[in-house]
Ligand binder design. Structure first.
Ligand code: ZN
Length: 199
């Protein structure tokens, strides 16, 4: 494979020379592009070592950082990348809006009581389809007679969801709950609300 790669570079250089480009400049360009390519490959390999190391977590189903993240299903949110999480470190529970529904409570009952989770992050996001729309409008849109948990105001909705988690008796193992807003355009997270279980 190494030999093949070197041949590819040599062929590309020959092509450039045919265009009559100055040989000295070419040599520098070739050296720079070789260096850039090697740097890119080194970055891939370094990233892979982090990923492979994280795989040591897969023997244990308990999240390594004792954490669960609840967020929206929106395709623009790469939860692990946004929060610097790795494989095996967190439960990720997603639905429309990233709201605390009965099914989220069901999952967190297992996360907290069985799988060692003591920290929850609820992360809503900008440009969410559940903001500025009503349950009636969502029922008309979908034909589904459901409660959709629309969001009027992110801070208010986050407080409501964090309070619900904090007050749910069977989630007693939770000691820290945070509410974030993720900006899908800038990629930045805003820390909106925190709750800590009183000692
Ligand atoms: Zn959303």
């Amino acid at each position: 494979m190494r030999r093949h790669w070197i041949n590819t570079v040599a062929k590309r250089s020959a092509g450039e020379r045919d265009l009559g480009t100055n040989q000295v400049v070419l040599a520098a360009t070739r050296s720079d592009s070789l260096h850039a390519t090697m740097t890119q490959i080194a970055e891939l390999l370094t990233a892979n070592r982090g990923y492979a190391a994280a795989r040591s977590n897969v023997a244990d189903p308990r999240p390594g950082r004792h954490m669960a993240v609840i967020t929206c299903m929106d395709a623009r949110i790469d939860v692990f990348a946004v929060l610097g999480l790795h494989l095996g470190e967190a439960h990720v529970i997603r639905n429309a809006g990233g709201r605390v529904t009965d099914d989220v409570l069901r999952s967190l009952a297992l996360s907290s009581q069985v799988l060692g989770v003591d920290t929850v992050v609820v992360m809503q996001h900008t440009k969410c389809g559940l903001v500025g729309i009503t349950d009636d409008e969502l029922r008309d849109l979908t034909g589904a007679e459901l409660g959709f948990f629309p969001i009027d105001d992110h801070a208010a909705a986050l407080r409501e969801d964090v309070d619900l988690l904090a007050q749910t008796a069977y989630l007693a193992p939770l000691v820290l709950i945070a509410g974030f807003i993720y900006d899908v355009e800038s990629g930045e997270v805003e820390d909106v609300v925190h709750w800590e279980r009183p000692a």
